[in-house]
Design a protein around this ligand. Structure first.
Ligand SMILES: [Zn+2]
Length: 446
């Protein structure tokens, strides 16, 4: 008897209250997150910027930022309570089983005729239909909330740049693209599991690593252009300064683009893409417009730090290790009859459903893992800040970060627990302190 066989039998306990356990996890998580939000809300009531930044942060702007934070917090109570109720109803009334039965069509039997490697068995088409119906369902649930958030809240605070037309086009494109991608992922997942039986763990794992790399590589060329427009940077001064910075750390910069992020939102950012030997930098047009060239170079210096110190690779390796662990544990649940029947699957045991149920059982462990990921990511942020400082951009980075926070109306004052649980970046004040910026703030007033 193999290890997975052993685990399958060991965990298959008919008397175990599978459903109550998942309900308890869902309720605890909701209560815990509401508690944290409540702690954080107290900080939003304080409308004065923290004393250290009193001289650099505009008090009026900060007051408005706190109004924005409170509005979002109130809305968060509503939207998270609603999705909590939906989750509870889905678990309590066997929502997965109902959707599974509702997406069982007879044409799927007719489609599964041949035995070639490329033929799709009913197990695959049915799972894809189920997943697609699930994403349509969650889009229908989410859309009223994102409509309100985009056209009422973001609009009121001047961030919304999207039109109704773009909004709906994004939803349709997202559903279509998500349907295609999800179907590919599910088909690979199921084919590999069916083909390799109990040894599927390593094969599924490797397939997903390869698929992830392919998607990451083609996304900037195939997927992102569906949503945004990319234009090469033409400003010769900006271009040569960025090239100079990239060359100074031997970054293989090939393409430099500006993305029309302002079409949708006023929030700013920048990112890299491409192969290890040929990279592209994408700047949000909002970043170019709102920051001075030095501040923009400082932000890029920080991003280059992540690249230089292999942070992206390190975080990716950690993710690979975690997903291996996740899959290996799942292998011990794949034939767990008592888990399936607790959620309304008595005859059929679809693998995809088993995976979804297992993921909800794994939830508390996922929360711990994401906390660990946050810790790792925070330490990477400090290192990238220090890197930018070594490049000579310490003060510019600090000022750029302050401006970014001001423009995005981000709060500066955080509850320790709230921040530790939710954020993968350290709070601004802690970053400024680490950069050593606070010491010079007095000069700024002159
Ligand atoms: Zn960073």
């Amino acid at each position: 008897m193999g290890i997975f066989d052993f685990l399958s039998h060991a965990f298959d306990i008919p008397a175990f209250p599978w459903k109550s356990v998942v309900l308890a996890f869902t309720i605890s998580r909701f209560l815990w997150e509401r508690y944290l939000s409540k702690r954080q809300y107290k900080h939003y009531l304080n409308e004065k910027p923290p004393a250290v930044l009193a001289s650099v942060v505009d008090e009026k702007k900060y007051k408005r930022a706190m109004q924005y934070a409170r509005t979002k917090a109130h809305f968060g109570v509503l939207s998270s309570s609603f999705s909590f109720i939906i989750s509870i109803l889905i678990i309590r009334y066997n929502g997965f089983a109902r959707l599974w039965n509702a997406t069982d069509y007879s044409w799927m039997d007719r489609l599964a005729t041949s035995n070639h490697w490329w033929s799709v068995s009913k197990a695959i088409t049915h799972s894809c239909m189920f997943a697609f119906a699930g994403s349509v369902f969650s889009t229908i649930i989410d859309t009223p909330f994102s409509l309100y958030s985009t056209f009422v809240i973001e609009e009121k605070f001047g961030f919304n740049k999207t039109t109704m037309r773009t909004f709906w086009a994004d939803i349709v494109k997202g559903l279509a693209l998500g349907g295609v991608l999800l179907s590919i992922i599910i088909a690979i997942f199921l084919k590999v599991i069916i083909a390799f039986g109990d040894n599927f763990v390593v094969y599924v794992w490797v397939s997903f690593i390869v698929l992830g790399m392919v998607l990451q590589t083609i996304a900037p060329y195939v997927i992102l252009p569906l949503f945004n427009k990319f234009t090469p940077v033409t400003d010769p001064e900006l271009k040569s300064k960025i090239e100079e910075l990239a060359a100074s750390v031997k970054f293989p910069l090939k393409n430099l683009y500006i993305m029309d992020a302002s079409r949708r939102s006023g929030h700013s950012n920048a990112f890299f893409y491409g192969m290890p030997w040929s990279k592209g930098i994408v700047l949000y047009d909002t970043l170019v417009k709102n920051q001075t060239t030095t501040e923009l170079l400082a932000v890029l210096g920080h991003e280059l730090g992540h690249w230089y110190m292999w942070h992206i690779l390190i975080q990716q390796l950690v993710n690979y290790a975690v997903s291996f662990f996740h899959l290996a544990l799942f292998a011990g649940f794949i034939r767990n009859n008592s888990m399936y029947s607790a959620f309304g699957f008595s005859g059929e045991h679809p693998i995809l459903i088993g995976y979804l149920l297992f993921t909800s059982l794994f939830e508390p462990l996922s929360a711990l893992i994401s906390f660990g990921n946050n810790l790792l990511s925070r330490s990477c942020e400090y290192q990238a800040d220090a890197f930018a400082k070594r490049l000579g951009y310490g003060d510019a980075l600090a000022e750029g970060l302050i401006r970014l926070h001001e423009d995005n109306m981000s709060p500066l004052d955080f509850d320790r627990w709230f921040s530790a649980y939710h954020h993968n970046h350290p709070p601004l004040l802690e970053r400024l302190e680490a950069i050593g910026y606070g010491a010079q703030t007095t000069d700024k007033t002159q």
